[in-house]
Design a protein around this ligand. Structure first.
Ligand code: ZN
Ligand code: ZN
Length: 499
């Protein structure tokens, strides 16, 4: 009996996203946010792609918006799987699925059988807002960083390394903090005449070397910025970012302000922290500072930090996939978000801050602004390849793993989503990898389930959802509250004083 129940609990079930705290907070506050923005009560604007992302998140995983039906060929047992929003910013479910897909693809088709090392670069505080909305600038700085590290690998190993880098946009409290997780092949491939590629591993990495890499990268980034006349402006801080907006359209300015407030965690849309951190001091300007070596394989300089201590061995399959999943992980984990009695939202931190803070509390509108800022600008690729893994590299085809003959894994015909071009992975396989579940296994007879139909008609989907006890229509969004829009008493007082 107990065994049976436990097994059942591990089978795939509908997600019921509408009962999660995150969903409810968005559902209850999104119209208020839109209204506060249009009334000018919050000095930010929400670009179209951000509004769209907030809205489609509210439809993600709900049967009434469409779904796929699966049926067991042997015993006619059937199940349904709702469509998802494919969000790029914060939808925990969609980003979790993307994490699994990308990590699996990297392990099987991209990363050479060589040791891997993660290099994590964080940017000076005063640059974060700008890098939040200026995708081109962020991409340029990322390129400078990866080239610097690739050059270091060449010096040390005599060969060419490669890297897949991932741009993460937020920190643990969801403040905007664009930073880079780059997984390098930890060594270099040397090309020699008529011989196979020879790989030399980096071996021990000294903390001093991490410091030197950071010094070079920092100097090159500054040089790049000052050549373009950006350094003064970016350094001038106090998030006057709007003035340097790439195109000074209204919307870009508003997006800049949104990113500014989401990076500082302070100005209007932000709420009081649960435990006040003594003014998380913004750098007045990014001064040149001496390199500080911290602990093992960590260094900081000029407001940057660089960590390079995490590795995974060439043969450590589990460790490699875990590392890649880690660098690709979604910003928000459902279980870190709770509501307080006063109607605020508490975000539990992944690790306590050095001052002992374990969680922050925000006004719901502040949370929504942080979620909004977490959506990457359209066209900004958040996963990039360089060195021997770059698409232009002549060595790429010689270092990537040779594809396994597809005898082992059958291509399932029961894909609930339409096939896409490129490396789209069967959904069922992803669920298997991510959750160790076999969603195409019939819960009754253990036979294989097949895709029966896709239901995209909303009326039909609604009727079906009702039959299954799911909401027959989208849960209505709470209507906009009037001013003061805030739940937080401190912010209400502020709003009252300003009026
Ligand atoms: Zn069956
Ligand atoms: Zn989604």
């Amino acid at each position: 009996m107990v065994g049976g129940l436990a097994k059942r609990a591990f089978r795939y079930e509908r997600r019921r996203p509408e009962v999660t705290t995150l969903y409810r907070v968005v559902q209850e506050n999104v119209e208020t946010l839109f209204s506060a923005v249009s009334e000018g009560a919050v000095s930010v604007s929400l670009p179209g792609f951000v509004r769209k992302e907030l809205s489609s998140y509210l439809e993600c995983g709900l049967l009434c918006r469409g779904f796929a039906r699966l049926r067991c060929g042997a015993c006619a047992e059937s199940r349904v799987v709702a469509f998802s929003c494919k969000g790029r910013g914060f939808c925990p479910s969609c980003l979790g699925r993307k994490m699994s897909a990308t990590a699996a693809n990297l392990v099987e088709h991209v990363m050479p059988r060589a040791p891997l090392r993660q290099w994590v670069l964080t940017m000076p505080f005063g640059w974060r807002a700008r890098l939040g909305y200026d995708g081109k600038l962020l991409a340029a700085l990322l390129r400078i960083f990866t080239r610097t590290v690739l050059a270091f690998y060449k010096e040390r190993s005599g060969g060419e390394s490669g890297v897949v880098s991932v741009i993460q946009r937020t920190q643990s409290d969801l403040r905007l903090n664009p930073h880079v997780h780059a997984v390098f092949v930890d060594g270099g491939f040397a090309v020699s005449e008529d011989a196979p590629l020879r790989f030399t591993s980096l071996g021990h990495l000294r903390t001093r070397e991490v410091g030197e890499v950071l010094e070079r990268a920092s100097a090159r980034m500054r040089q790049y910025l000052s050549k373009r006349g950006l350094l003064g402006g970016v350094e001038a801080e106090e998030v006057e970012a709007a003035d340097e907006a790439p195109e000074s359209s209204q919307e870009t300015r508003g997006h800049a302000e949104l990113c500014g407030s989401a990076a500082s965690g302070q100005s209007p849309p932000a709420g009081p922290q649960w435990k006040k951190k003594e003014g998380s001091k913004p750098l007045a300007h990014v001064a040149t500072t001496a390199t500080v070596l911290e602990g093992s394989q960590c260094a900081s300089k000029d407001g940057f930090t660089l960590h390079a201590a995490t590795c995974a061995g060439a043969e450590d399959e589990g460790g490699r996939e875990r590392l890649l999943r880690y660098v690709l992980r979604p910003a928000v984990a459902q279980e870190r978000i709770q509501r307080t009695e006063e109607g605020l939202v508490r975000i539990a931190l992944k690790k306590p801050w050095s001052d002992g803070t374990v969680a922050v509390e925000l006004d719901p509108l502040s949370l929504l602004c942080r979620l909004a800022a977490s959506v990457p600008p359209p066209k900004l690729h958040t996963v990039r390849y360089a060195g021997v893994l770059g698409s232009a590299s002549k060595l790429r085809s010689r270092v990537v793993p040779t594809p396994v003959a597809s005898g082992g894994t059958r291509v399932e015909d029961g894909e609930p989503m339409c096939k896409r071009k490129g490396r789209y992975r069967p959904w069922a396989e992803l669920m298997m990898r991510a959750l160790k579940l076999d969603v195409l296994e019939c819960p009754r007879c253990r036979g294989r389930m097949k895709l029966l139909s896709l239901v995209t008609d909303v009326a039909e989907a609604g009727r079906f959802a009702r039959k299954l006890g799911d909401p027959p229509a989208l849960p209505p969004r709470a209507p906009a509250r009037g001013p003061p829009y805030w739940q937080s008493r401190a912010l209400r007082r502020l709003a009252g004083a300003a009026a």
